[in-house]
Ligand binder design. Sequence first.
Ligand SMILES: *Cc1c(COP(=O)(O)O)cnc(C)c1O
Length: 379
Amino acid sequence: MTSAASRAEVVVDLDAIAANTAVLRERVGRPLMAVVKADGYGHGLVPAARAVLAGGADSLGVAVLEEALALRAAGIRAPVLAWLHAPGADYAAALEADIELSVNAEWALAEIVAAARATGRTARVQLFADTGLSREGATPADWPGLVAAAARAQSDGDIAVVGLWSHMAYADAPTHPTIGAQVRVFEEAVAIARAAGLTDARRHLANSAATIALPDTWYDLVRPGVALYGLDPLGGDAADHGLRPAMTVRATVVLTKRVPAGVGVSYGHTYFPESETTLALVPVGYADGIPRAAGNRAPVLAGGSRRTIAGRVCMDQFVLDVGDDPVQPGDEVVLWGPGDRGEPTAQAWADVLDTIHYELVTRVGGRFTRRYVGSAGAV
Ligand SMILES: *Cc1c(COP(=O)(O)O)cnc(C)c1O
């Protein structure tokens, strides 16, 4: 046995997250809202939040209220915006916790106004304009009505409109014609809101790709997520943008065996070694967030060499064909990481699986343990 390392762990480099934040904050020279939704893109909600704040983030963004409340429960006091709410959401709890709320529609605004009256607090609200993604937000047809209702609620003292915002469909294709179109719709939406007296709201539009590639979309603050974790939203090499991947996914070989040429490997025998070889068993599978589609496709680093997963990924385990390499139980297998040691990156996995690194880092979990290295934001 060559190591006592954990069976399966996700190692998160907090200093990389802080440094990536600082690089982006420096580049844009204006406030940065760090998106830490989805458990900090799989890096851990609270540690990721502390690391981005250590790196100079000015505020935090999350999708759902539960995430925002978890940040407050951990003692994080930075401004937090939460943007995805179901009818009947516990807005009173959000207001008590001083969480900013995004609003897509007049009916949702009415619920927030009711919570403001019930709690005696002024709700800090950001109005979301649908400028062409056709996801969250009010369409150009619904926007004037939402703005008028918000202006009334603001003059009644129930809410303060602190943000006007939208989200882009194609920022990862920086020359796409929808970009200029969305900017124009956004600027019209801002003009309508300002004309209605919502003059204190800050404007924001830029996700990671726009933060890197589209300075015309930076407005009053930027709102990156994935780039903070060191992944290139444009699908290239993160190092070209001064970013470093923060996540390493590793496991330990639990069994090796010599087998003759031609044995069928794993369920359905989709892999047959061409000559006598060593098979190595790796104790992670699709229940741990390793896509089943990675079988016979995804690369790993094992025994100092790149190997492709041999045969199907099972629920709990997969197999590698390591040839005549002296791989032993206890040896490390790296699925993805920053790439410095020759291991694949999450981008390399995304390329062979026809997905995006976002999906890989946010779904890895299951029985992986998480270990933090670096000190940024550590308490
Ligand atoms: C997830 C999300 C972001 C961050 O996107 P990245 O591509 O990870 O930078 C920003 N804004 C909204 C509305 C989001 O849903």
